[in-house]
Design a protein around this ligand. Sequence first.
Ligand code: ATP
Ligand code: MG
Length: 299
Amino acid sequence: MTVDGAALPGYDLAYQGKVRDLHVPEGATLETADVVLMVASDRVSAFDHALEPPIPGKGATLTAMTTWWLRTLGDEAQLAGDHGPGGDALARIPDAVAGRALLVRRLDMLPVECVVRGRITGSGLLEYRETGAISGVALPEGLQDGDALPEPIFTPAWKAPKGQHDENIPFDRVVELVGSEAAETLRSRSLEVFARGAAIAASKGLVLADTKLEFGRDATGAIVLADEVLTSDSSRYWDAEALEAGRVESFDKQIVRDWLLSEAEAGRWDRSGTPPVLPAAIVERTAARYAELLARLLG
Ligand code: ATP
Ligand code: MG
């Protein structure tokens, strides 16, 4: 049963993203609420399109990844209340969304997607081929798809309002958007989360190729790591052993992206209109890869 988009007991639906729904306590708004119930649906998006059908279990898997990473990094300020067994936060999560919802402190989100790349691929590779740089960060010549960068780089994007496409921006634009002190904080915290995440992933035979983080300010103005953290929706994870052998085995929605690209190449999708419906085999493989990544992280 899916309850996505429906009101939950005790909450009002305040926002629907492509993947997640934000609910606030009844009567509150996203501006006034103290907490937000962040519900991860099984919806999947790629190239900024919401796709059909949903990936069974994806919302729960992503939620478990975020919780695990917040705890593992010791960076749990976003979590409201106690998410441990029998905790007060769990008591406030409606049964209908149990397992795929987090009760988080409501933050004033900063409009920057804090992307960190340790490897070059995807949209970053395209930008590099055109300009020799990503988000204004100049890179050495001759990099190929999947190559490790000399060091991880911060390549921010402006988080466009719903319906518009996010846009890579140089660091100077981040300074204009949030001020120089906050911009420095976003860059250093993002690089730190990535470095620690990549090291932990490596200990599990995984290469963390890149990730996207978001931060928000709490009521005191402090900058808090927010949103989903190092999930397979927000990050690229590759199998380290396969990579050694020259193959990229993804644990993320690359499976979906690759399939969509093959449909586009075959002339069955124009890349802008409603994308084709995902075949059952792609849905199953994606669900299996997401579950496998969670098991690898937890194991
Ligand atoms: P898109 O559909 O392009 O992905 P989106 O990122 O807005 O847009 P989701 O990721 O599905 O969509 O929605 C999650 C939303 O919740 C994001 O807008 C994110 O900025 C916001 N958010 C995450 N953590 C918090 C928080 N602690 N307080 C308030 N808002 C938050
Ligand atoms: Mg998002």
